[in-house]
Design a protein around this ligand. Structure first.
Ligand SMILES: [Zn+2]
Length: 427
């Protein structure tokens, strides 16, 4: 069966993007919509009402993940999901995450207006706290759904002001009563901006994302001794910050020496952070990524070696704690086949690629067939208020998303009866 000529309405998608960008909109044209804040509540309410307007039932789980469900012909099939996130970084852009949810909404509207009935039900998902900038770790809602974290762990996360995730969720009134993980998904597709420069540089419209590279987060604590900046001679100082500075340089050097590795020290806290006190303690973060777990191990060993050397040379103590490990994730071949076919059928130039950033899809891939679609963003810039994606590329991404979901739905529904037959035949 051929796909009917269902075309998404790009003007409507664009106007949704611009309308919701005003919720937490910044003067520089970006969005500040941290998870579980009043702005997040406002965009969640907008999302729920838009989904209900086209006949979807919106169910919410105990960590605030929102599932807009559209029935299919067969209630026995688990829904095919389209999902991403509506929260942003403190100085975030208009497309990171938001595009995946709003393009999904546009797909559902297109199906609704055409009266198109899929075989499997569909679920449009807004995952809670993807960004991880208010409550670490990132991808918390999808992680809980996939069983990587439990609900109690999520509730106990704390923001820099000491507010717990659970309190903030109750505060905005979005703790639902669906048990976490209870809404089973048959598959998931996530559309996202690339957040890197490759598609734009090559003049391609669609990235068929084969997987996500591995990621590790570390906390480092360096403890020296605070002392008077005027009366402590240089020879008798235990300056934690000068040691930290050397570590930052070495982290960069180690990553530069390994192909495809990236490492970032993005957060440094100096104690007591006073102009006339030799810094006694420094806490800093390291974000490390590579497509191969063995290489991550090697670099981690490298960091530990550097810290040992710095300890030996400087009379300070230094500890490296791995606080998060997200192994490399390969995506599902069946979902990828649907995205390739959709890109070909829709006539957009595409290439296969690996995601450099973490995404909700990385966790969902552990429990359901999953894959991602990328579109270019200007200059590869993301997590920045100037983040930008073109009208045409957003249209292309949403169209490929729709066609991939419909293609998967046809093949998925075909394969399930066979699975059931083979099981009953074995009895
Ligand atoms: Zn994102």
């Amino acid at each position: 069966m051929r796909t009917p000529n269902l075309m998404i309405d790009a003007e409507r998608l664009w106007s949704d993007l611009m309308e919701t960008a005003r919720i937490g909109g910044t003067t520089k044209g970006g969005i500040r919509r941290l998870t579980l804040t009043d702005e997040d509540r406002a965009v969640r309410e907008w999302f729920r009402s838009q989904c209900e307007r086209i006949g979807c039932t919106v169910r919410i789980d105990e960590v605030g993940n929102m599932f807009a469900l559209r029935p299919g012909r067969r209630a026995d099939l688990a829904p095919i999901a389209i999902g991403s996130h509506l929260d942003t970084q403190p100085t975030g852009g208009k497309f990171d995450g938001v595009l995946g949810v709003l393009a999904g909404l546009e797909c559902l509207r297109t199906l609704h207006e055409a009266g198109y009935e899929t075989n499997a039900p569909l679920a449009l998902v807004n995952w809670t706290n993807e960004e991880g900038s208010r409550f670490a770790p990132a991808m918390l809602g999808s992680g809980v759904h996939a069983g990587v974290f439990d609900r109690a762990y999520a509730d106990a996360r704390q923001d820099p002001a000491g507010v717990l995730f659970g309190e903030a969720l109750d505060g905005i009134g979005f703790r639902g009563d669906e048990r976490v993980g209870s809404i089973a998904l048959g598959a998931m597709f996530e559309l996202h901006i690339e957040q890197g420069p490759i598609l734009e540089e090559e003049g391609r419209t669609i990235g068929v994302v084969k997987g996500v590279q591995g990621m590790r987060w570390y906390d480092v604590e360096i403890v020296g001794r605070e002392s008077h900046a005027g009366s402590t001679p240089m020879r008798s100082r235990k300056d934690a910050l000068s040691v930290a500075a050397r570590l930052v340089i070495d982290v960069e050097r180690l990553a530069r020496d390994v192909a495809d590795a990236v490492a970032t020290v993005g957060m440094v806290a100096v104690h007591p952070n006073s102009r006339n006190v030799v810094p006694g303690r420094v806490n800093l973060s390291i974000d490390l990524r590579h497509p191969d777990a063995a290489v991550l191990d090697e670099l981690e060993l490298g960091f530990e070696k550097v810290l040992k050397t710095l300890e030996a040379e400087n009379a300070i103590t230094a500890t490296l704690t791995r606080i998060w490990d997200s192994p490399p994730v390969p995506f599902d071949e069946g979902c990828l086949a649907s995205i390739r076919k959709a890109s070909e059928d829709a006539g957009f130039p595409w290439r296969e690629m690996v995601s450099g950033a973490g995404h909700d899809a990385a966790y969902i891939a552990r429990i359901a067939p999953t894959a991602m679609i990328f579109i270019p963003c200007a200059g590869g810039l993301s997590h920045n208020e100037e983040e930008d994606a073109s009208f045409d590329d957003c249209r292309a991404g949403a169209q490929v998303l729709l066609q991939a979901v419909l293609d998967y739905d046809r093949r998925f529904a075909d394969s399930v009866p066979e699975f059931q037959r083979s099981r009953s035949g074995a009895r």
